[in-house]
Design a protein around this ligand. Structure first.
Ligand code: ADP
Ligand code: MG
Length: 219
C-alpha cells in the first residue's frame, strides 16, 4: 500500500488502507463535498504503465457502473492521480467472507441468507451480460449489519455487445445466448474455486441456462 494517509486523490482525502488484491490497492477516503466516507481503489504505479491492466481497470469501472443492486458494490466515480487510474465506490464497514471464515462458525440460517443474497447479486450481473469470473471469499464482503456485497469486477467478462460499450471487450455473438452466459459463469466459478474439478464437469451445453431468477433482492 503506497499512498500515505492525508494524500488527496481527486476530490478525496485518503484516510488509510483497507485491503489489496492482485489488481489494486483499496483505501478508505473522505469525500468532503458530500461529507461521507468512500473507498478509493487505485491501480498500483507498477501496473499503471501496462496498457492491458489499464484497460482491465477501466472495464472494471464500466462493469460496476452498469449494475445497481444492493448486493453489488456501488461505484461512484473514476479519475486519474499522477498517472494512476482510480475508482471510487461506497465504503463498506465489515469484513470479507475470507476474514469471516476465520472466525466463529456461522449459523446455517445466516449462511443460507448470505448465499441467497449472493445469488441475487450474481443474477443481476448476469442479467446485464456481466460475468464476474473471480468469485472467491476475498471478493465477497459482509457488512457489519449483515448484508452481502459482491466486490471486484476486475476480471469480469462482458457477454453482450452493448455491455461496457466502447471497451471492445465483448465476446462473439455466438457466445451471447443466455445459455452461454450461464456456461461462462459456471465454468469460471468451477475453474476458480476447485482445482480438483474434472474437466468434464466444466462442459456446458447451450440448453443448460437456468430459468431466470426473479425475486426481490435481499438487503
Ligand atoms: N468498498 C470497500 N470497502 C471496504 N473494503 C474494501 C472495499 N473494496 C475492497 N475492499 C477491501 O480491499 C480488498 C481488495 O479489494 P479488491 O477490489 O478485491 O482488489 P483486487 O482487484 O486487487 O483484488 C478486498 O478484499 C477488501 O478487503
Ligand atoms: Mg479482489
Amino acid at each position: 500500500m503506497s499512498i500515505p494517509t492525508g494524500t488527496t486523490i481527486g476530490a478525496y482525502e485518503i484516510l488509510g488502507p483497507l485491503g489489496a488484491g492482485g489488481m489494486g490497492e483499496v483505501y478508505k477516503a473522505r469525500d468532503p463535498r458530500l461529507g461521507r466516507d468512500v473507498a478509493v481503489k487505485v491501480l498500483p504505479a507498477a501496473l499503471a504503465a501496462d496498457a492491458d491492466r489499464q484497460r482491465r481497470f477501466e472495464l472494471e469501472a464500466r462493469a460496476a457502473a452498469r449494475l445497481n443492486h444492493p448486493n453489488i458494490l456501488q461505484i461512484y466515480d473514476v479519475g486519474q492521480h499522477d498517472g494512476q487510474p482510480f475508482l471510487v465506490t461506497e465504503f463498506l464497514d465489515g469484513e470479507t467472507l475470507r476474514e469471516r471464515m476465520g472466525g466463529a462458525p456461522m449459523p446455517v440460517r445466516k449462511a443460507t441468507e448470505l448465499a441467497i443474497a449472493f445469488a441475487y447479486g450474481l443474477a443481476a450481473a448476469h442479467e446485464e451480460g456481466i460475468v464476474h469470473r473471480d468469485l472467491k471469499p476475498e471478493n465477497l464482503f459482509i457488512t457489519r449489519d449483515g448484508r452481502l456485497k459482491i466486490l471486484d469486477f476486475g476480471l469480469a467478462k462482458l457477454t453482450r455487445p452493448d455491455a461496457g460499450e466502447g471497451t471492445g471487450a465483448t465476446v462473439p455473438a455466438a457466445d451471447t445466448a443466455p445459455g452461454a452466459v450461464w456456461c461462462a459463469a459456471r465454468s469460471s466459478i468451477i475453474a476458480r474455486t476447485s482445482s480438483r474439478s474434472a474437466p468434464s464437469s466444466m462442459k456446458c451445453s447451450p440448453g443448460s441456462a437456468p430459468s431466470r431468477v426473479k425475486a426481490p433482492p435481499i438487503r
